[in-house]
Design a protein around this ligand. Structure first.
Ligand code: SF4
Ligand code: SF4
Length: 316
């Protein structure tokens, strides 16, 4: 077994992750101020990307909230489907993988924080890094890295889609100076066609995700020309941080923002009026909308959720 295979086996079997791929640093030809692997680790050669699926039982807990108005079930999704468990599990594994590579092969290896713990400087301080799933300014863009490492494609909803799990998985990243065999970018069956699907746009209560003929971003990853929806992150924040009563999952909130397209300044001003949260690790209230992730049909959604009576689905 060569070094690449040995590391992949360690990640899959010892760390119990679900998939792993390796991208060359040359795949990260980023514009728009995003970091490249060499910004974080000079002489970096490879970016190891791995995924851990979210259990169906956890995803369906979010449907209990959305479809049965069972707000208590929401805490299951909050704890196991979003930041806490997936991020913590991935953090620990990234740390173990960095230790493993440095100890066994002697090459410098950096684990990268994910989700809100990235603590990078976001555009509209003093907002927290997380508002909705996408405003975060990444150290390294996890979803794009996963595409470069051959794990899946980018959906119109800006999330990594894999044939196995759609957008319902966590992503871990490790950068190393070790030269490894690289995987080609994802070239499997096309998973997302917003013209025929459009579910993420339809389910978004803030219309933050345009339809297939709406605004988009385009960029290159590992030589692939990609295009995803240009998401209105401020609109997403109104829902996912519950700046309106209608979006609160638990607890009292005020109607602070009734506009559908608040500016950065308006969002920040209202954010500062929110009370400090002592029940969230990030110290700001989260209400986890996630509809664009929960209802995406990729990853055998129908068989896993609709056919088993776990979700009624949505109509476009
Ligand atoms: S919901 Fe449909 S359009 Fe949106 S990302 Fe998933 S497959 Fe693509
Ligand atoms: S569906 Fe929810 S999480 Fe997704 S973009 Fe819209 S408001 Fe944000």
């Amino acid at each position: 077994m060569n070094t690449t295979e040995q590391i992949k086996q360690y990640i899959l079997h010892d760390c119990k992750m679900d998939a792993v791929g390796i991208a060359p640093v040359s795949a990260f030809d980023y514009e728009n101020g995003l970091h490249t692997p060499e910004h974080i680790l000079p002489n970096a050669k490879s970016v190891i990307v791995f995924t851990k699926r979210i259990p169906d039982g956890v995803i369906q807990a979010a449907f209990r909230r959305l479809e049965d108005h069972n707000a208590d079930a929401h805490s299951i999704y909050a704890a196991f489907g979003s930041d806490l468990t997936p991020n913590m599990t991935i953090f620990l594994m990234q740390f173990n993988i960095a230790q493993y590579i440095e100890r066994n092969f002697g090459f410098v290896t950096v684990p990268l924080p994910s989700g809100p713990s990235q603590n990078v400087t976001q555009k509209n301080e003093p907002m927290p890094a997380f508002i909705g799933p996408r405003r975060i300014r990444y150290l390294l863009h996890s979803e794009r890295a996963a595409v470069a490492a051959g794990l899946g494609e980018l959906g119109w909803n800006n999330l990594l889609l894999t044939p196995e799990n759609g957008p319902r998985q966590g992503i871990g990243l490790v950068i190393t100076t070790l030269e490894l065999d690289h995987d080609p970018p994802y070239q499997g069956e096309k998973l997302c066609d917003p013209e025929t699907c459009g579910i993420c746009s339809a389910v978004c209560p803030m219309h933050a995700i345009p339809g297939a003929d709406g605004a988009f971003e385009s960029y290159k990853i590992a030589g692939l020309e990609l295009k995803t929806a240009q998401i209105n992150n401020n609109a997403c924040a109104v829902c996912s941080m519950a700046f309106r009563k209608e979006f609160s999952v638990k607890g009292e909130v005020e109607d602070l923002i009734m506009k559908d397209d608040p500016s950065d300044e308006e969002l920040s001003e209202q954010y500062l009026k929110r009370s400090f949260s002592d029940i969230s690790l990030d110290h700001f209230p989260k209400h986890y909308c996630s509809r664009c992730l929960l209802y995406c049909p990729v990853g055998r959604w129908k068989e896993r959720f609709a056919d088993k009576g776990l979700s009624k689905g949505v109509s476009k």
